[in-house]
Design a protein around this ligand. Sequence first.
Ligand code: 9WN
Length: 446
Amino acid sequence: MTAAPTRTGGFTTLGALSQHAVTTLDANWEHDHTVPSRTLYPHQWSWDSAFIAIGLAHVRPERAWRELASLFRAQWADGRVPHIVFNPALRVGAYFPGPELWRSTDAQGAPAGHTSGLVQPPVHALAALLAYRRAPEPVGLTALHQLYPALVAQQRYLADRRDVAGDGLVCIVHPWESGLDNSPAWDDPMAAVPAEAAVMRAYRRHDTAHADAAHRPTDLDYARYLAIVAAYREHGYDDRDLADNQPFLVECPLFNAAYGAAEHALAEIAALIGADPGPHRARATQITEALVRRLYDPATGTFQPRDVRAGRLLGARTVLGLTPLILPDLPTRQADALVVEARSARFGVAARMDRPLPSHDRTAADFEPLRYWRGPSWLNIGWLVRRGLLAHGHPDLAEGLRQSMIGLVAGAGCHEYFHPDTGAGLGSAAFSWTAALVLDLLADEE
Ligand code: 9WN
């Protein structure tokens, strides 16, 4: 299938756009959580739920808290929050790879229900704090009390089990953990993962039955995704000896920026519920320092992922590099450099943007405007970068990005991602985090 991207939607008033977003979220609500997409992703995803809760807090506050609570019910004994929580009511094959491939219930400390064994960027503490600000009393405060220990355990898992290099940063063991699955950022470390595309003949991919194969990761990508899952699963998803057992070990700037932002958010949550914010503030400082020390590249003026196996920074200049802007304590030198990078022809952030923020350097030879995280524009990333621009004193650029994102959804509807030149809607046409975050952007006029 090679369908040409088309513009759908076309909302002429902000009220109609907002209503479309609410309708999308309502249609994707499933007893205690929101599915990212009924067709492509019919279970619960970790960082999706966080973004979704931020939007739900504006219109369905009670659901915002249920969304987070249901995700954290699937937390493992070691504190990991699984990146997929499977809905047992769905048929086998509703998503690939499904529970039969993850076999989480064989692993120690996993919950009774089926989940994946991986994690995703820990944006949940930030989501809980923002949801509370939007919907404070009385349910919000009770929810924060309930979530706080689970959010702390999530951070503890990452600090204790995933600091493979011992440098204060978290290592991801799979590109799916970054949330930006096939980003060019991962091309080099993925090339070192032994696998052959032919193994995919034994499986039935679910994604390419619902989306254009030319937009999705390739079969070779998937063969490698499965090889990494198998390596982790064969060790019972145990994080001891990761350096010996896992073929993909990377420190991702976005994951670690979220990890630091979570400590900032936890400090505020602690203060609200009468706990001690001090340790969170101290950890937040350490994470920002580690991020600058280990992932900032003065030569390029941006943050690059570190390949822990190869012991070097990875060269691709993707949008991941801009995301440490969300850290309020990012030093001025790095924040200024990121603003230069954001404004460059690579990403084109401006007070009046002529094109959407791409997921990859649009001047790079391997920029692909249609393929998933290799060029298309995504609302969650723009939303994070906008927060970062606000945090570092660039309200004009933040507003340009906000208008650009609202314009995308107004023009095309709540698509999963958007063509980075034309703004045409791509992927799922009813995608939950797009709906949720546009609601937040509409409400958050600066
Ligand atoms: C694998 C659900 C998820 C997002 C990810 C996005 C995509 C899954 C997939 O969908 O990943 O986890 O099947 O491609 O890359 O960020 O959380 O929306």
